[in-house]
Structures are given as structure tokens and as C-alpha cells.
Design a protein around this ligand. Structure first.
Ligand SMILES: Nc1nc2c(ncn2[C@@H]2O[C@H](COP(=O)(O)OP(=O)(O)O)[C@@H](O)[C@H]2O)c(=O)[nH]1
Ligand SMILES: [Mg+2]
Length: 549
């Protein structure tokens, strides 16, 4: 009867709600989270030790009749009674119901346990209204042994119901009233029992009850019920049973209520988070698309064009035809214009990308956020959008650095070694052509002055028979050969340079793209994914807190 499923889970559900609130922070509407937090506080306070049992402790001075009353209620003599016997030195727990509440009793550190009804052979005890009650016969609060007092105080802090047992002689006891005053604020219900009424006249009873009520009011417990009974004769014990039954029912009702409140508030929070599982993981494609859009917007193609052109220009200065090299130097270096050229260590500034491209970058981010937040509940759209919208200036700055870093890395890798060799050959060929030209000029000048012919050696004069070159005069051969071979070598070299420059440009492009991809992940994708993960976690927690219902 006290075994409704949802109730066993309530503490767990309350803790799930608590975790959800902590995780949500200010992501959810305060109009919902504030009452939810209040519910958590209230439930934690009330659900002192689970929800399936109501714990009542019998407290009082030595000889007031706690053990006798325990026996009377439990229908047993499990509790040792009698002032002359060693008084109860450790707590005895009597529990009503089908199963022993192991965890609860372990937690309360109660070793002596008595299962009420277990020894009955008939099964009518199946519906005992006290099912779910744990009654504790606690060591005397006035015990000479400090350990007994500490035990009593420890137990008293953790129970639902404090049943103070006293009699006509002891009800004014100072120690008891001190405890009553201290414990009045602890949230547990206090019940006063006047025991041993079999020894009192009607008038004496009335007098005692009146005195006790007055003292309770002075202790700050004006509403505490006072039950008169005799543990020995059994008179009035049913009244106490009724009080205990009510406590059991009240706890069940309170648990139901807390459970319902927990469901309601969790369901409301869940509606803000969105119950349906969508966009759990951002597809890698989304990040790649954003990165390539940002790469486009960053003006990387200007840079790679410049890298290509710059490489060709640098090459021309080393492997190009020496006689036309000077002409290229008249134009500015392509990378120099982008402040990426040799020697510019600072950050790049790409003047071409402002205005339009900046807007394109912002737009790319906005589109990505849109893709990710599509179909998210309204509340979460803002959260994810905020997470995925970085400071645009910071983003652009990082991308800019990534691009210039890639260029610099390629630049630092230096020029190909073969350029040096080709340069040397080019200079030799140019030297030969110049030598041939001077030689021919001298011959022409001699002829102009009508000087006798100076014999001009031919190739076979020097080298022996050398095929079609045999009859070519050496100065002519040097001039024409130097020019033709130089131009030929320059043409072949520049073909190779063109291939190399494309390779460099594409190396810059891929290294910059990879760097931009990392930046995009860091500043846009990962923060959004973190929020989506938070949402998934909240869905789990709130679904648990809402209960299966
Ligand atoms: N006359 C009378 N004596 C009682 C009653 N209840 C307990 N006693 C006696 O009071 C003494 C102490 O009882 P006990 O249950 O051991 O008290 P405890 O120290 O509070 O556990 C015992 O001798 C009991 O027989 C009662 O209702 N009437
Ligand atoms: Mg006792």
C-alpha cells in the first residue's frame, strides 16, 4: 500500500531536478527556475531519509515508559523495560510493513531491529495502517552516559516525529524542556505523551494536561498534541496509534504532493528545453562549410595569387634571362603589397577584404548558426546563437593571422636549390654572349679602320671537328649560343617555376584552410556543440525529474 513506484524514486527525481537547475544556470527562464529551486529546497528538507517510511522516535527521561510504550504499540516485549534493569543503551527499531528498511536503518545506525507483524501467523496484518512506520526506542536523554545522550540527539535530528514520553512526576523536567525548545524549529512534528495515567485520578490528569499544554506553549510548541495513556493498561494507546497513523498518511500525502510538484515544474522546464531530441551532434559538414565560406571571405585567393606571382617573380630574378631581369624589378613585389612579403614580420593587412567580405563572413556565421538552431525551441535558439556568435573582429583577426602565418611558413621554407645552379649557368651564358659581342665589335671596329684581317678562330680550330658548328667563328658562336641557350634555359626554368608556384599557392591554401577550420571549430562550432550537449543532458535530467507518469 505504501509501495507506489513513483514514491521510491522521488528523492532521485528531486536530485535530478537539482542537477538540472545547476546545469541550466541562467539559460532557462527565472520565472520557472526560481520556483523549481524552492521546490528542491523544500523537498530536500522534507524527505529527510527517503519517502517510503515515517520515522517516529520515543524520547524521554529514564523510567518514563518509552520501552513499555514501544512494547504496547508493537504488541511485543522486544524492548527491555524496568528501571532496575540496565536501561535501554542502544536504540531499538520496530518497523511495520512487509520489508525491513535496511538502508534507512543502516543510515540511522540502528542495529536492534524488530519486525512488527512478522510473528503473527494470520495475514490480516497485511493492511495495518501503520505500515511504513519505524518506531525508535531511543536511549534516555537524561542518561548518565554521554554516549546515550549523543545517540538520542543524533537520532532526533533525523526523524519525522518526536514523541516525548513523560509522566506526572517528570513532565516539568528542565532537560526535556530545553530539548523541546531547541528542537521546535527542526521541522519534525512533536507529540507529547503523558504516560502512567492508570496511577492518576481524573482531576490529576486534567491538571497535568493543562500544565503540559502551558509548558509546551512556553517552549514554542503551542500546537503540539498531548496524548494521555497508560502503556501498562493499554488505555489511550489507540489515541497515540491514531496520531502515528495520521503521520504516516501525512507523509504519504506530502510525498505525493512533492512528486506532483516535481513533475509539474520539470515538465514546464522541459518544455523550455524542448522534449524532442534534435541536432544532438553538429554534422562535420556544417563546420567544413563555414570554414570554407570564411576562407573565401578572408580573401585567401588574393593571397594565394600573390604567393604564386611572388614566387614567379622571385624565380625570374634567379633563373630568368639575365638581360631582362632588371625590368621585373620595376614593379612592386606582389606579396609586398599585402604586407606579407619578405621581411614584413607583422600581421598582414589585406586591404582588399573589408566591407563586402566582412559582411560575407558575418553572414556565413549567421547561416551556420541558423542551420544548427533550426527547429530548436525558441529559448534554446538564443542560447546556442550566443554561443556560436563570436566577436567578429576577434574571429577575423585570428583568420588573418592564420593566413599570414601560412604564407610566412611557406616563405620561410626558402627557394628551391636548383635556382642557384641555373643562375650560375645563366650568368655563364650571359658572360659568353657578352664576350662574343665584344669580340665581334672589336673585329668590326678593325674592319672599319681598314686594319689587316685578324684571323678569327673557328670551333674546329680549337675543339677539332665538332659537326655543324665546325665552320662557325667562335665569337659568333659565343654571342648567338649564349643568347639562344640563355633564352631556352630561362623558358624551361620558368615552366618548372610555374608548376612550383602553383604547388606553393595550394600549400598555403590548404594550410590556411586547416587553420581556419580549427579557428571555426574553437570559436563557433564547439561552443554551440557544448550548448547542445548541455541541452541533451538537461533533457535527460528533466525527463527523469518529471517522472515516467
Ligand atoms: N503504572 C505504570 N507503570 C508504568 C507504565 N509504563 C511504564 N511503567 C513502568 O515504569 C518503569 C519504567 O518503564 P520503561 O518502559 O523501562 O521506561 P523507559 O526507561 O522510559 O524505557 C517500569 O517499571 C514500567 O513497568 C504505566 O503506564 N503505568
Ligand atoms: Mg527503556
Amino acid at each position: 500500500m505504501l509501495k507506489r513506484r513513483s514514491r521510491a524514486e522521488l528523492p532521485e527525481r528531486i536530485e535530478a531536478l537539482h542537477s538540472a537547475l545547476q546545469l541550466a544556470g541562467d539559460r532557462l527562464d527565472a520565472e520557472t527556475t526560481v520556483p523549481a529551486a524552492a521546490l528542491v529546497d523544500k523537498a530536500r528538507e522534507r524527505l529527510r531519509h527517503g519517502t517510503t517510511h515515517t520515522v517516529a522516535a520515543l524520547l524521554g527521561a529514564t523510567g518514563s515508559g518509552k520501552s513499555s510504550l514501544t512494547n504496547a504499540l508493537a504488541g511485543t516485549n522486544a524492548a527491555t523495560t524496568g528501571v532496575r534493569r540496565p536501561t535501554t543503551s542502544s536504540t531499538l527499531a520496530c518497523f511495520w510493513g512487509h520489508e525491513e528498511p535496511h538502508e534507512l536503518l543502516d543510515w540511522l545506525e540502528v542495529v536492534n531491529r524488530y519486525h512488527v507483524g512478522q510473528h503473527h501467523t494470520d495475514h490480516e496484518s497485511d493492511t495495518d495502517p501503520l505500515d511504513g512506520l519505524v518506531l525508535l526506542d531511543v536511549p534516555d536523554h537524561d542518561s548518565v552516559q554521554v554516549s546515550h545522550r549523543l545517540e538520542m540527539e543524533r537520532i532526533a535530528r533525523h526523524v519525522d516525529l518526536l514523541v516525548w514520553v513523560t509522566d506526572a512526576e517528570k513532565y516539568g523536567d528542565n532537560a526535556m524542556h530545553t530539548y523541546l525548545r531547541e528542537m521546535s524549529g527542526h521541522g519534525a512534528v512533536t507529540v507529547m505523551v503523558l504516560n502512567k495515567i492508570d496511577m492518576l485520578t481524573d482531576d490529576e490528569r486534567k491538571q497535568c494536561i493543562a500544565d503540559i499544554s502551558r509548558l509546551l506553549a512556553a517552549d514554542g510548541l503551542p500546537n503540539a498534541p498531548v496524548v494521555e495513556l497508560s502503556a501498562n493498561s493499554g488505555e489511550g494507546v489507540t489515541d497515540l496509534r491514531a496520531v502515528l497513523t495520521e503521520a504516516v498518511e501525512r507523509k504519504a500525502a506530502m510525498t505525493d504532493r512533492l512528486g506532483a510538484d516535481c513533475s509539474a515544474v520539470s515538465t514546464e522546464l522541459l518544455s523550455e528545453v524542448g522534449a524532442e531530441q534534435r541536432n544532438v551532434a553538429i554534422s562535420p559538414k556544417v563546420g567544413q562549410d563555414l570554414a570554407s565560406a570564411l576562407v573565401d571571405a578572408s580573401g585567401l585567393s588574393f593571397v594565394t595569387d600573390a604567393v604564386e606571382a611572388g614566387h614567379r617573380r622571385d624565380a625570374a630574378a634567379r633563373v630568368g634571362w639575365p638581360f631582362t631581369r632588371w625590368a621585373r624589378k620595376l614593379r612592386p613585389h606582389p606579396l609586398g603589397r599585402l604586407h606579407l612579403g619578405p621581411g614584413s614580420g607583422g600581421r598582414s593587412s589585406l586591404p582588399e577584404i573589408s566591407g563586402v567580405q566582412l559582411a560575407r563572413a558575418e553572414n556565413a556565421v549567421r547561416q551556420t548558426v541558423g542551420t544548427v538552431t533550426d527547429q530548436l525551441p525558441e529559448q534554446w535558439v538564443d542560447v546556442v546563437r550566443d554561443a556560436g556568435t563570436p566577436n567578429q573582429a576577434a574571429l577575423n583577426n585570428q583568420i588573418d593571422n592564420a593566413v599570414s602565418g601560412s604564407v610566412r611558413r611557406i616563405h620561410d621554407s626558402g627557394n628551391p636549390k636548383w635556382w642557384t645552379a641555373v643562375n650560375l649557368i645563366q650568368l655563364l651564358l650571359a658572360g659568353a654572349a657578352v664576350a662574343g659581342a665584344i669580340w665581334l665589335a672589336l673585329l668590326a671596329f678593325g674592319a672599319y679602320l681598314r686594319l689587316p684581317d685578324i684571323p678569327t678562330p673557328e670551333f674546329d680550330d680549337v675543339f677539332g671537328p665538332v659537326g655543324f658548328l665546325s665552320q662557325v667563328p667562335i665569337p659568333t658562336g659565343l654571342l648567338i649560343g649564349g643568347i639562344v641557350l640563355g633564352l631556352l634555359l630561362a623558358a624551361v626554368s620558368m615552366r618548372l617555376v610555374t608548376i612550383g608556384s602553383r604547388r606553393r599557392a595550394s600549400a598555403v591554401r590548404s594550410s590556411a584552410s586547416a587553420a581556419v577550420q580549427d579557428i571555426t571549430d574553437d570559436l563557433v562550432i564547439d561552443p554551440m556543440q557544448a550548448e547542445l550537449d548541455t541541452r541533451t543532458e538537461l533533457q535527460k535530467l528533466l525527463t527523469l525529474a518529471a517522472g515516467s507518469s
